[in-house]
Ligand binder design. Sequence first.
Ligand SMILES: [Zn+2]
Ligand SMILES: [Zn+2]
Length: 653
Amino acid sequence: MKAVCWYGIRDVRVLDVPEPRILNPRDAIVEVTSTTICGSDLHIYDGYVPTMRQGDILGHEFMGRAVEVGSGVSNLRVGDRVVVPFTISCGECFYCQRGMWSLCDNSNPNAWMAEKVFGYTPAGLYGYSHLMGGYAGGQAEYVRVPFADIGPLRIPDGLSDEQVLLISDVLATGYMAAEACDIQPGDTVAVWGCGPVGQMAIRSATHLGAARVIAIDAVPERLEMARQHGGAETINYAERRNVVEALKEMTAGRGPDACIDAVGMEALGRTVDALYDRIKQAVRLETGRPHALREAIQACRKGGTISIAGVYVGLIDKVPMGAAFNKGLTLKMGQTHVQKYMRPLLDLVRGGEIDPSYLFTHTMGLDEAPQAYAMFAAREAGMMKVMLKPEMGAVGDGRRARRERAMEQPVEMPISLPETGRGSPAQRESGARVMARPTQWGAEGTEAPPVPSQAEGTRATIEEDLCEKGLSTPEECAELPAEETPEQLVTGRHLPSQAEGERETVEETLRAREERDAAETERLAAERRLPSQAEGTRETVEEDLCEKGLAPPEECEELPAEGDDRTTLAPHPPSQAEGERETVEEDLRRLDEGAGMEPPPPVVGEADATPPEGEAEFPSVEESVRERVRRVQEEAEEPRDTLDEGLDEEETR
Ligand SMILES: [Zn+2]
Ligand SMILES: [Zn+2]
């Protein structure tokens, strides 16, 4: 089949790649009728997303027809027309059960990578790096859809692809961003970024009752669309650089009630090149230029809400946390819980209340994806959203017949080595291609052309997986239990990665642990009854036990005798609740003199605040305050760089 593959920064190619197959009972294969490039794909295109590998299939907004359905999928039939959410979710874990679909515990086969970076893994995503599962994306003729009994939304007849495709991502994302603002009647919502997500956030904010929406961008066509379809007022930051001031003026000095960052980590086109050079050299996770976020925090009214829809992956710098804290802002963010919004949004589209089809300004064949990416990345005049159609152009001819032929051939599916290298150095050096399940995929060691890695995983636990592929040391493999038993799970061993959802619930684990702890406490209590100690001699428990004759003599001998250095430590400086307000230095010196010790050395870096040696004179409270005020005034008179200038300066360093 044809698919759009990532090969490097600003390098995508349309290539022939192996077709996906059903790997699990809950899988389905969807023949893509329409797909599109999302603004967040540009972060990959521009090289901001770590753990991408050459050949990865891109795309996470797509829809089509089910052409194969696994035995575990009972609610989908071959031929059903579906929109597929970009978040892959199991529907059964703690998070899915609570509607936090993008935080699913069970859908990222590379959970261990994400756990290293984020502490815990979020859900797997289509076509969005190996950190997010390494799943093949939807800019292809066919896609494997895991958990197909949960994700795909069946689309009734009479609605065009243009109307419903964006439910898979940008409509849901914009809607969730607006919903997070908790809009009250009369509220003003400011939206940074008038790309597709921004447009949907603007439209949704209006739908949710915002009295005013203010859109911020520098592309006139985008601002025009925000005015026309979203009823927004606009700020063009190319003309009006001080966005925060502009917003204050427009809101009588109070600021917007809520601010949506629909830009994300690649904020501000005008300096993208400088950043992109830096990123190329950077270690994996130095990312992000949160200009929009900084402005949003600065501009938001006190007690307001910042809602972040733009994607962030790594670290960001110079976020005005003090402003956010002292103004009592609420910050909300996250990948979209798409499954939660799909049906309600479909109803809104059906009812004509929201029609996102105005976003589609271009329709092209899937084979034209490289041009489409270039145009979209350049924010080329008038391109808001491009519909890519596999059946258009050269790609689509007779693809069904080709698919049927292809399915009879054995498929070679090389899996790339993991980046952080659990494999032996020799294995990594040789760059050996590892065949997943050789019996299934082809002969071991076959040198294949670089074709996409597709996370077509075996879904064993990650540890098992690595051992199977020869990527772990023998000792590590020996440690693996043959079968996970509940007992092993509660002893603190790393939990298995759960593509199949085999992880016990956290509750089960906790309950087992509690029971074990209770039994242990009971056993200890039976062995030796500890004295109650409410009488408070404040000695250590060990001393207490010795004194009361409750400990064996050997244990008591080990205890330090009185006068041990614990009691000769420097006395704690006096507490100063009496408000004499002497300097700490003075206080310490008096203490030391009393103990017959040397006075303390002057404090480094505070020379002017330390009194000259030998003098007993110290500035009075009034004097020190006056001195401090004078210094602050002096500093205030010095010319200061603006935040922006400060940043530019930093870049040149
Ligand atoms: Zn997206
Ligand atoms: Zn889940």
